[in-house]
Design a protein around this ligand. Structure first.
Ligand code: ATP
Ligand code: MG
Length: 390
């Protein structure tokens, strides 16, 4: 039975000076992700981290670790005392667990502990020979084996593993600062948020609704998306902001063809004001160039001028199909395609302007009490704390 999981770092390894600080951050993110198993111990072992299970279920723990950013790969490992016969025995158990991977294998030894009596070649040859005798249906292949049994000989014991599971990559959440993110109920913005988290950002979510015109289940859908995202980052804030009053004002005073662009400017105005409270330097959106009328280059340009925050658009140059694939992989797709109303589609004009001019948009916006609408929206913000699933 596997007793530990070996965690290998990703890009942290390229960060000379900050490395130890980032390692500590990753360690604490790992501990948070595994909080439901208090018996688990997490500790550093020379440029890697060892998660000791103490009875916690290996598959479930792996599932949580696969969602921790900053991890390159993971291996369930078995421990053996520093004794050749004991190591051979454990190597046989590991090969037994991994033999479904194919019919050829090799043994690879890393000997950090120079006191160990056999050198790495000798130990590999000894264990490999013993395994070949015992597993007569398997062949040794030192060049391209289906299974590599790794033996890591350290001062406190030997660690033996075969499987290498890919991690989530990126940087530990918390490394890169705090930003806002505009989360709709669509396919794109959850993927954009995920990509921002993967770069190490802590994300405060903002969702605009027009209750009672948008439904409660539309809001629950967004909470579900937030919950899935929290599975990757740890608990986060979801700010629910009403646009009902803003939409009424736009409808009353502005040309229909500019409604969408004005609404998006109001989203940015309100997000910027909210960002001052949270201390964001930037916010994230799921815009992707050319997908809809408001996502033409001039559409984005006209909206960006209302904010002095940096706009992060991780998907701006991505293909829709790639975004969909990623949404499926991270677990948001099935929720995103639920057909509930959203504030933009309810409000969309029949013929939105695809090439809005700055001057005409500014002129139209001048008809609105922008400051008053921002203040009213902020006053009614509802903040929900979203925890990751236990
Ligand atoms: P998505 O799939 O993310 O909804 P989309 O392709 O449907 O994107 P739009 O509806 O034009 O494009 O929205 C562009 C971006 O604006 C979204 O990705 C999101 O970041 C933000 N946004 C749109 N509607 C909302 C909303 N109701 N609440 C918060 N942010 C929103
Ligand atoms: Mg949308």
């Amino acid at each position: 039975m596997y007793e530990h999981i070996l965690v290998r770092y990703g890009e942290i390894n390229t960060k000379g000076n900050n490395r130890s600080q980032l390692e500590r951050l990753l360690l604490s993110n790992i501990q948070n992700a595994l909080g439901q198993w208090p018996q688990i111990k997490v500790r550093r072992i020379s440029s890697r981290t060892l998660v000791s299970l103490h009875g916690a279920p290996v598959e479930a723990v792996l599932g949580k670790l696969e969602k921790v950013f900053g991890i390159r790969s993971l291996s369930p490992v078995m421990a053996a005392p520093l004794d050749v016969a004991a190591i051979t025995e454990v190597a046989a158990q590991v090969l037994e667990e991994a033999r479904h991977l194919g019919s050829t294998f090799k043994v690879k030894v890393r000997r950090g502990n120079k006191q160990f009596p056999l050198d790495s070649m000798e130990l590999a040859r000894h264990v490999g020979g013993a395994l070949a005798e015992r597993f007569t249906e398997l062949q040794v292949d030192v060049h391209e084996p289906n299974v590599t049994v790794h033996i890591d000989v350290r001062d406190d014991g030997a660690y033996v593993y075969a499987d290498v599971v890919e991690g989530a990559g990126g940087f530990p959440v918390g490394m890169s600062g705090r930003v806002g993110a505009l989360l709709s109920g669509g396919i794109d913005s959850p993927v954009a948020v995920w990509q921002a988290m993967r770069r190490g950002l802590v994300v405060d979510l903002v969702h605009f609704h027009s209750f009672p015109f948008t439904s409660e289940r539309a809001q629950r859908k967004v909470e579900d998306l937030a919950k899935t995202l929290a599975g990757w980052s740890g608990s986060l804030n979801l700010n629910l902001v009403s646009l009902t009053q803003t939409q009424a004002a736009i409808r009353k005073s502005c040309p229909e063809g500019l409604r969408t662009i004005l609404l998006r400017r109001m989203m940015f105005h309100i997000s910027t004001a909210l960002g001052k409270q949270y201390g964001w330097l930037a916010f994230v959106t799921g815009d992707s160039l050319g997908q809809v009328a408001s996502q033409t280059l001039s559409g984005l340009h006209v909206v960006d001028e209302v904010t002095d925050l940096t706009i992060i658009r991780p998907l701006v140059a991505e293909d829709k199909l790639d975004i969909i694939r990623r949404a499926q992989a991270i677990g948001t797709y099935e929720t995103s395609i639920l057909p509930y109303d959203d504030c933009c589609s309810l409000f969309a004009p029949k013929r939105p302007k695809t090439q809005p001019k700055r001057d005409e948009v500014r002129l139209a916006e001048a008809e609105l009490d922008v400051e008053g609408l921002i203040a009213a929206a902020l006053q009614a913000v509802e903040v929900k704390k979203i925890d990751r699933d236990a």
